[in-house]
Design a protein around this ligand. Structure first.
Ligand code: SDX
Length: 429
């Protein structure tokens, strides 16, 4: 197949190089397009534009494939361990026994927040959105670690990663405790990553929350399946901010803000709202699907559709199975799961969804798992952020290591007024 693309426009004749990735994805290299033709490419939403080359995550949207450093995500479901997946994404290989235990020990050491930071939670109203607190406190963390603003080598990235990955749990848990007027529970160094988080979320001073294996595996799996997804909106935001050489804390705080949007990370909250609305009898599943198809309505079948997957989101399949397993284990019969299954059944047989290749995505079942564990809806996107943090760090570090990392600065097509003159106030109509 040709390794150049021929561009013909009027008397412009240009050959543009074509680059190819390790999974045979091909892209026209337009880095010289404007210099050689005076034209730019136009692609609002960047659905047809590659912003970088990356070796971290591979997605095949047509086949419903998702791999972290080449490993299919289905293989992490057996014994889900979020920390080793975080290491894999950031440092490129699964950790050795020594690397894993040394990193896990470092996470224990860094779980506490500086007491000065802890007091900052009191400055937020109890009704403050946890995502606002999370973004603010990740930025605030950088004030307590000025020595970690400039990261030059894998050692300093590992050290900063340990702090961010460990403390995001504590920040998330404290945001929740503050919203409920509950005392903060200090991290317990005897506990592993997820049980320690759930301890800080749900323990009482007189009554420790003990996490059992099924719940621990469910939360590890939710975090793993959210850990990275190549150039999604929030990860591209982290790369965009990081391209100005902003520090890792500031870049991840920006990623939290992008993930907050209901079309991105906030979708699992909207899925629960949709299921609750149907459960309260305000509308039947069939009527809701009709509404989601109606162009006059703003309703969408939340948790369905994806910019990249035009097949099942592989994460949705795994999370759907975990939701069934967790609910049967906890003995809870959640009517919302039945409603979700009914919506999926209707949509998968409806030409509107089939023709548009709209299938369940990662958000369709994740909220049901979190709800079964007792995580409140307003913390769902915070859980998504905890999961996505390793992906943000991995992309930030991959970009920083890339020698020709340029500050991202897209162009535009101007459609405003042509030149006109200033009119003094006294002479304006
Ligand atoms: C995440 O990028 C990532 O990787 C994101 C993510 C990650 O891990 O980071 O995977 C996480 O963000 C998952 C997506 C969560 N969002 C939702 O579940 C919200 C509901 N889904 C949609 O809003 C929508 O599907 C998007 C935003 C996810 C994707 O939209 P696209 O690909 O830009 O598609 P589109 O908006 O151009 O829609 C194409 C057609 C339109 O109809 P027509 O104009 O062709 O008639 O499909 C329709 C849309 O109206 N459509 C839907 C729909 N999604 C698209 N109709 C009803 N319900 C839906 N959910």
């Amino acid at each position: 197949m040709s390794d150049t693309a021929k561009l013909t426009l009027g008397d412009i004749q240009q050959e543009l190089p074509v680059i190819e990735g390790t999974e045979c994805e091909r892209g026209i290299d337009i880095r010289q397009l404007r210099a050689r033709t005076g034209l730019i490419a136009y692609d609002p939403g960047y659905g047809n534009t590659g912003s970088c080359e990356s070796a971290i995550t591979y997605i095949d949207g047509e086949k419903g494939i998702l791999r972290y450093r080449g490993i299919p995500i289905e293989q992490f479901a057996e014994n889900p361990n979020f920390i080793e997946v975080a290491w894999l994404l950031i440092f490129g290989d699964l950790p050795s026994e020594e690397e894993y235990h040394s990193f896990a020990a470092e996470l224990k050491v860094h779980a506490n927040l500086d007491e000065g930071m802890k007091h900052q939670f009191e400055g937020f109203p109890r009704s403050a959105p946890p995502m606002a607190i999370l973004s603010a406190m990740i930025n605030a963390l950088s004030c307590f670690h000025p020595e970690l603003h400039e990261l030059e080598d894998a050692e300093s990235v590992r050290s900063t990663t340990a702090r961010l990955l460990s403390k995001i749990r504590t920040i998330a848990a404290y945001a929740y405790r503050h919203s409920r007027g509950l005392p903060y529970m200090y991290p317990d160094p005897k506990l592993r990553y997820v049980p320690n988080f759930l301890h800080m979320m749900f323990s009482r001073p007189y009554d420790e929350f003990l996490c059992d294996e099924t719940v621990r595996d469910a939360v590890n799996l939710v975090l793993i399946l959210h850990a990275d997804h190549e150039q999604n909106c929030s990860t591209s935001t982290v790369r965009m901010v990081g391209s100005s050489h902003a520090n890792l804390f500031a870049s991840c705080a920006a990623g939290v803000c992008a993930l907050w949007g209901p079309l991105h990370g906030g979708a699992n909250v909207e899925v629960l709202r949709m299921l609750e609305r149907i459960h309260q009898g305000k509308i039947t599943p069939e009527e809701y699907v009709r509404l989601a198809k109606d162009k006059e309505s703003s309703a969408r079948l939340m948790g369905f559709g994806h910019r990249v997957y035009k097949n099942f989101d592989p994460r949705a399949k795994i999370l759907g199975q975990m939701a069934e397993r967790l609910l049967s284990y906890t003995g809870k019969n959640d009517p919302l799961l039945d409603i979700a299954r009914r919506l999926e059944e209707i949509a998968l047989e409806d030409p509107y969804f089939v023709e548009r290749k709209l299938y369940p995505n990662v958000d369709f079942y994740s909220g049901l798992i979190l709800r079964a564990i007792g995580i409140p809806t307003n913390m769902f996107t915070v859980m998504f952020s905890m999961g996505r943090l390793p992906g943000w760090i991995a992309h930030w570090w991959e970009q920083r290591q890339n020698g020709d990392n340029k500050i991202m600065r897209p162009r535009q097509i101007y459609t405003g007024r042509n030149q006109n003159d200033y009119v003094p106030l006294a002479k304006r109509p």
